[in-house]
Design a protein around this ligand. Structure first.
Ligand code: SN0
Length: 313
């Protein structure tokens, strides 16, 4: 694998999932693979799981890790080409990315969308600029439109814990108090057709995802009907794609224990961070129905499978 920015970068998704599950059994089996290699992790936005799990994954492979919170610790980086840099930005992405490429064998980049300018966000400008100018493999640590390390961890989790050969997986929208990216649901929808599952997305009218990503899923608007017989329920808020960045707060979509009654003892997933009793109720998060901790634990093996594949390239 050269870069890891979407499912399209993966030649064999099932093999990568298998690699993640095998690394979970034997995390230190490839300790010399990353020897004398460095990964740089650049955060334009907050992170807990992605930052720590990717560091751990790199360490398991024997790599050195450097981390920077770009917006706090570095110079303000200019992203536009051809501008006169007489404003707040001190350094251009052309230099910044190229320099970091001389220090690191792999670079990871996290950058969220503005949720104001849809066209610009969906160009995924920051990660593309790094791919263009760094000269080393780029791993998405969540871009404006996709979060592939999360989705791979989700595929690993479903494959690991499914009780039937072809589970029913339902991704449901849930309310939130802030405008959140579509990256996690776009990405989950993009990966789901690559595993054995029946996949439904349910959301209120006006919160349908970009069809480029949701293509192939069954689309519904009635949460109760969608949950019937579900084996896995993936809960996530996202702001509107159509009415770009609009927040949805409809409380009737909060996922609680009562809503699981007609499911096939569904396990509930969420990428975290989750706002309790805004998105998912305590009675789910504090019960055996919740997989969120196991799911987050698998982030290590998702990142490790990806780094291993890049190092072996
Ligand atoms: C991000 C998102 O894409 O939804 C990161 C998820 C991995 N989530 C948030 O920004 C949550 C922020 C909040 O205030 O709850």
């Amino acid at each position: 694998m050269k870069n890891f920015t979407s499912v399209a970068d993966v030649a064999d998704v099932k093999a990568l999932i298998k690699s993640g599950l095998s690394l979970k059994q034997n995390p230190y089996a490839h300790k010399s693979l990353g020897q004398n290699k460095t990964i740089g992790l650049l955060f334009f936005n907050s992170s807990l799981r992605t930052r720590m799990s990717t560091q751990k994954a790199a360490a398991n492979l024997g790599m050195d890790v450097m981390v920077m919170n770009v917006t706090q610790d570095s110079w303000q980086i200019e992203m536009e080409d051809g501008v006169v840099m007489n404003g707040g930005t001190a350094e251009h992405i052309r230099e910044a990315a190229a320099v970091l490429g001389t220090y690191c064998e792999i670079l990871g980049v996290r950058s969220f969308p503005s949720l104001k300018d849809r066209e610009k966000d969906y160009q995924d400008h920051i990660i593309r600029a790094f791919m263009q100018h760094a000269g080393v493999p780029i791993v998405s640590l969540e871009s404006a439109t996709l979060h592939p390390l999360q989705s791979l961890a989700d595929m690993i989790t479903i494959t690991e814990l499914k009780q039937v050969a072809r589970p029913k997986v339902v991704m449901t929208w849930a309310p939130h108090v802030r405008a959140l990216p579509q990256a996690v649901p776009n990405s989950f929808a993009q990966w789901m057709p690559h595993i054995d599952a029946d996949f439904t997305i349910v959301q209120p009218k006006g919160f349908e995802l970009n069809e480029e990503f949701s293509n192939g899923a069954q689309i519904m608007h009635d949460q109760e009907a969608a949950f019937e017989g579900a084996d896995f329920i993936y809960v996530k808020n996202w702001s509107s794609y159509q009415n770009y960045g609009e927040i949805g707060t409809d409380q009737s979509w909060v996922v609680n224990q009562d809503k699981l009654k007609n499911t096939n003892a569904a396990k509930v997933m969420h990428c975290l961070p989750v706002r309790r009793n805004v998105v998912i109720a305590d009675d789910v998060l504090d019960s055996d129905s919740s997989l969120v901790i196991q799911q987050a634990g698998n982030r290590v093996y998702s990142a490790q499978a990806v780094l291993k594949a890049i190092l072996e390239h």
